[in-house]
Design a protein around this ligand. Structure first.
Ligand code: GLC
Length: 728
């Protein structure tokens, strides 16, 4: 069907049929149609008539080739104009083969593998009938009390933008119409959902438009510039107006300024939530505000289907706004080839072969290893001697709770646990296993068993963490330490004075001060996905050398939050050359710096950085200077180092961050090998939003940093010249 033909389709549609295209309902409505017995919870009360179902536009959360084909077939038999359904689902970090949670992937700094993970997720979900995935989530996150930090790639908008692009390219490929192994992507949550006050989910977000544009919006824009087909609205307010009813944010900025003409979908129930937010007195007003703001599809509530018709009849809403929404939805169906082939990639036989394919699991294992961050390794405790007798202790020693939140069709029982991975590589009598505690309870007997196992071992590997239902949506926590029973277990084991390696399984940066002080080595494994156990065993025994770098800071305690690397200096920075001792920006009871900073991660080898050179100390607009440094692997094992480039604008119209990530590169180095790496610096990289929101650079002094983390760098200064070559 061509564009003009689906426009003709519009002309044939009744108002009721148009409005129903703007409806997204969960699967049960389509399985039993009006037999609402299938439907429970808030959906059951929705006064959705059979007519709305027959004319609905899309389905939420259904996959499986047979199921999708059956619903689509029945729908097309009933839908007067034969308009196919769109099938959308949350394929966030894998469909059946589950990759590490996105915050872990963010710590890999491996854009190629991130793109590959999205390609595989698209391949598995498309053959299972999915057309659109509600990913990537690119919300900037600085507050680990918020449970959904696990869904983001971290605290830096440059890095999040790079990953957002990689995920969109992976999901969509470059031909959504003909490449049946692709799915349309939906970037979310627009906008600034990660800035919820107090880290409490769905809470107020309030910041200047300048900060919104400077820090929070770039990653959404990057995803859209990569061709992302859809945008999902955020639950939160932005400058006092809920995103879902925020005309300035959606219609003026997203659609007019950025030129986005794709489909905009609300988050679950977010249209109706305009009422409790306090910007709509009833569902009719909510419907008017959301559609006026530019929201095309209402997810899971019935304001549109119940009230748009009367709003048009009463002259309160122009039919053109409905028409343009319907056209965007039909255009997406057209782009996905659904009018020609409403079953698209859904293939019952092929599904059996593709979903969970061994190659996919291999990719998941590789990404899990690269997403793991070595935070401590005293006395070279790691890697373990292959002959060492190991005691595996803790609630994650044999737990399959490794997939993390939003794990789609991933099956925990198909995840390789730490114990299973040990069994695959080591004779059973060379290691023992003791749970030692559950996630949040411990008994004397459990500790006794753990101590007995540890006493008989050369080294203890503790497997501790949060359960996956302690992070994710609606899982904010004010206490971000490990549950006390696990600390009690760790302290009891550490008292034996055996070498202790702690592996952490969690969805957010935790306060791990107590863990680090009782461990000789610490590996941050996050929720590593289907192949977590195998990846970790490769890391523990040195088959793979860790290369992960934190993409989100670890606070030394929750009182520091929000703590992030690209902060401002203040007028009284602690430790400045002429700073006073007391009257400076500091805490009386905690350091200013996080326990582990953005960009930090160790290796089994050591990398020396030397001779940071600039091709010039003056940069003219329109040209570039080169920053070059030599990195040497001074250890005795091969390794990969992620070299990071940061810039600081010493004095701008607006205060500027102490450091801003501007580039990075992965170097693979054999023992003793040196490589020279050069980064190109241009005036464009120095631009930022000024008070009047103009995006430009300020001539003057800059400092450039290159190093292994945001805190461990070598630096040089340079000047940005004005146009024409004069200095400031
Ligand atoms: C949820 C989430 C959103 C998800 C949607 C559909 O509430 O906020 O990220 O895509 O509902 O499941």
């Amino acid at each position: 069907m061509t564009a003009s033909s689906y426009q003709h389709l519009l002309a044939d549609m009744t108002l009721q049929e148009k409005i129903s295209q703007l409806v997204q309902l969960a699967g049960p409505f389509f399985k039993g149609s009006t037999e609402t017995g299938h439907i429970t919870g808030p959906m059951a009360e929705m006064p959705i008539t059979e007519n709305h179902i027959i004319n609905a536009g899309s389905v939420l959360g259904v996959s499986g080739a047979a199921e999708v084909r059956s619903i689509q077939k029945k729908h097309l038999e009933q839908n007067r104009l034969g308009i196919p359904l769109l099938f959308m689902a949350d394929i966030i970090h894998g469909y059946k083969t589950i990759f590490p949670v996105p915050l872990a992937i963010g710590c890999s700094w491996d854009l190629k593998l991130a793109k590959r993970s999205a390609e595989i997720a698209a391949r598995e979900s498309s053959v299972s009938g999915v057309h659109v995935t509600f990913a990537p989530m690119v919300d900037l996150v600085r507050d680990p009390r918020w449970g959904r930090v696990m869904e983001s790639t971290g605290e830096d908008s440059y890095l999040n933008s790079a990953f957002g692009r990689a995920f969109v390219e992976g999901f969509q490929g470059n031909d959504l119409t003909n490449n049946l192994e692709s799915v349309a992507a939906c970037v979310k949550h627009f906008a600034a959902y990660g800035a919820a006050e107090g880290g409490r989910d769905y809470n107020t977000v309030d910041m200047s438009e300048r900060e919104l544009r400077e820090s929070y919006l770039p990653a959404y824009k990057a995803a859209l510039d990569a061709g992302c087909e859809m945008v999902m609205t955020a639950f939160n307010t932005v400058d006092g107006i809920p995103a879902t009813g925020n005309k300035e944010l959606m219609r003026d900025l997203l659609r007019e300024e950025w030129g986005f003409d794709g489909v905009l979908i609300s988050d679950w129930g977010a249209v109706k939530e305009l009422i409790p937010h306090g910007v709509a007195e009833n569902e009719k007003e909510a419907a008017l505000k959301a559609l006026t703001a530019g929201v095309d599809i209402e997810m899971m509530t019935e304001c549109y289907v119940q009230h748009l018709e009367s709003l048009v009849a009463e002259g309160l809403l122009k039919i053109e706004l409905i028409d343009e929404a319907v056209l965007r939805i039909l255009a997406l169906k057209e782009k996905l080839g659904l009018f020609e082939n409403p079953f698209r990639g859904a293939d019952i036989e092929l599904e059996k072969e593709i979903v969970g394919h061994a190659d996919h699991r291999q990719a998941a294992k590789e990404l899990a290893a690269k997403s793991t961050v070595l935070l401590k390794n005293n006395k070279q405790t790691l890697p373990l001697d292959k002959q060492a007798k190991v005691a595996l202790i803790g609630p994650f020693a044999e737990s399959n709770d490794l997939l993390g939140p939003w794990s789609a069709l991933g099956a925990r029982e198909e995840a390789v646990t730490l114990r299973q991975a040990f069994e695959q590589i080591r004779p059973v009598n060379t290691f023992t296993v003791a749970e030692g505690s559950s996630i949040d309870q411990v008994s004397k007997e459990q500790i006794a068993q753990a101590l007995a196992a540890a006493a008989d071992a050369d080294v203890v590997v503790m497997a501790l963490g949060e359960s996956s239902n302690m992070s994710g949506e609606a899982c904010s926590r004010t206490n971000i330490q490990l549950p006390a029973p696990q600390i009690e277990l760790l302290q009891a084991v550490a008292a034996l004075k055996k070498p202790v390696v702690t592996i952490l399984f969690n969805g957010r940066p935790l306060d791990i001060t107590n863990v680090v002080s009782h461990s000789d080595a610490v590996l941050e494994a996050w929720f590593p996905g289907s192949e977590g156990g195998n990846a970790l065993v490769d890391l523990l025994f040195g088959e793979i050398n860790p290369s992960g770098k934190l993409s989100m800071s670890f606070p030394s305690n929750v009182g520091q939050v929000p703590v992030y690397y690209n902060h401002f200096n203040t007028g009284r920075p602690k430790g400045a050359p002429d700073a006073q001792v007391h009257y400076v920006s500091q805490y009386l009871d905690a350091p200013n710096k996080p326990l582990f900073p953005f960009g930090f991660g160790l290796s089994y080898t050591h990398f020396n950085y030397e001779e940071l050179k600039l091709s010039s100390v003056e940069l003219s607009p329109g040209s570039s200077i080169q920053a070059t440094i030599t990195v040497t692997n001074s250890g005795d094992v091969s390794g990969e180092e992620i070299v990071q480039l940061y810039i600081r604008d010493i004095a701008g119209e607006i205060v500027r961050p102490m450091k801003e990530l501007k580039d990075f590169a992965r170097l693979a180095l054999a023992p003793g090998e040196s490589k020279e790496i050069s980064f190109s610096i241009t005036e464009e990289q120095l631009r930022y939003h000024h008070k009047d929101l103009s995006f430009k650079s300020d001539p003057g002094a800059f400092e450039l940093f290159i190093g292994s983390s945001s805190e461990h760098t070598f630096s040089q200064s340079f000047i940005l010249l004005k146009e024409g070559g004069q200095s400031k």
